[in-house]
Design a protein around this ligand. Structure first.
Ligand code: PEP
Length: 254
C-alpha cells in the first residue's frame, strides 16, 4: 500500500504564546484531515502544551532536536525518552542550523538516531544536504551519500520502525531560493537507491520516507510532491501560518 505523504512544520520562530494560538488554529483546521500525515515541531518549551492541544488531533507533535544519551544526562539537552513522555512522535535530527551553529557532525547525528531508535515510537527525521559550493562543484550526490551512509551505518531496523530522510539543500533553507523540483527529485532518487541497496526494496517502501525541505510554500509545493521519489516536505517559514500549512497539506494528495 502506498504511504501517505508527510508534511513537517518546523516552528522555529513563534513565542510560547504565539505557538499556543497557532496550535489551537491547527487543531481546528485539521480536525478531520486525512489526506497526509502532518507533524508540527515547536520549541521544547511548548511541546507539552502543544501535545495537550493536539491530543485528539490527527496532527502529531515532533521536536526539533534530541540528545544521544539516555544514561548520562547532559545539561541543557533532552533525551528521546523525555520527548516520548511529552507525546512527541517525531524528532528532527541534524538540521542544518544545528550542524552550522553547534557544529553537529554526522557522527553526532548517527548517535542521536541510534538513541531515538532505542526508545521506539518516535520517528526520526534525519536532515542531510549540500552547500552551494558543493552543488556548483558537482559534488552533491557524493556529499549526500557520504552523509546518509555515515548516519545510518549502525542501524538495524525492525519492521515497525519508520525513518524519514529530509533532503534540504543548505542554500535553500530560509532563503527563498527554491531549487528546481527536478533537481530535488534527482537527489531524492539518489538517496532512495542507496537506502534500497542497504535495507532492501520492501523495507524502504514501507518504512522510509524521503522528503524535501527548503523555501516550500503553497505556491511551489505541488511541483515537488508530484515527483516520484519525494514523499513529503519539511516547511519552516510557511508552516507558522495555519491557513498556509493547511493549503500545503491539502496539496499533498492532488
Ligand atoms: C527549515 O527551517 O527547516 C526550513 C526548511 O525553512 P524554510 O521552509 O523557511 O526554508
Amino acid at each position: 500500500m502506498k504511504q501517505k505523504k508527510l508534511v513537517v512544520g518546523n516552528w522555529k520562530r513563534p513565542t510560547i504564546k504565539e505557538t499556543e494560538i497557532l496550535a489551537k488554529k491547527i487543531k481546528e483546521k485539521f480536525s478531520s484531515f486525512i489526506d497526509a500525515d502532518v507533524v508540527v515541531c515547536p520549541n521544547n518549551l511548548s511541546i507539552l502544551e502543544v501535545s495537550k492541544i493536539l491530543e485528539e488531533s490527527p496532527v502529531k507533535v515532533g521536536a526539533q532536536n534530541a540528545y544521544w544519551e539516555e544514561k548520562n544526562p547532559c545539561t541543557g539537552e533532552t533525551p528521546p525518552s523525555m520527548l516520548l513522555e511529552a507525546n512527541c512522535r517525531y524528532v528532527i535530527l541534524g538540521h542544518h542550523e544545528r550542524r552550522h551553529v553547534f557544529k553537529e557532525d554526522d557522527e553526532m547525528v548517527k548517535n542521536k538516531l541510534l538513541s531515538v531508535l532505542r526508545v521506539r515510537d518516535i520517528v526520526p527525521i534525519i536532515c542531510i544536504g549540500e552547500t552551494l559550493d558543493e552543488l556548483k562543484s558537482g559534488r552533491r550526490d557524493y556529499v549526500l551519500l557520504e552523509q546518509i551512509q555515515h548516519i545510518l551505518s549502525d542501524v538495524q531496523l525492525n519492521f515497525n520502525q519508520k525513518i524519514v530522510v529530509n533532503y534540504s539543500p543548505i542554500w535553500a533553507i530560509g532563503t527563498g531560493n527554491v531549487i528546481n523540483p527536478k533537481e530535488a527529485e534527482e537527489a531524492a532518487q539518489v538517496i532512495k537507491i542507496n537506502l534500497r541497496e542497504v535495507f532492501g526494496y520492501d523495507l524502504v517502501n514501507s518504512n522510509f520516507k524521503v522528503i524535501y525541505g527548503g523555501s516550500i510554500n503553497s505556491e511551489n509545493v505541488h511541483d515537488f510532491v508530484v515527483q516520484e521519489n519525494i514523499d513529503g516536505v519539511l516547511v519552516g517559514g510557511a508552516s507558522v501560518d495555519a491557513d498556509e500549512l493547511y493549503k500545503i497539506a491539502s496539496l499533498m494528495s492532488k
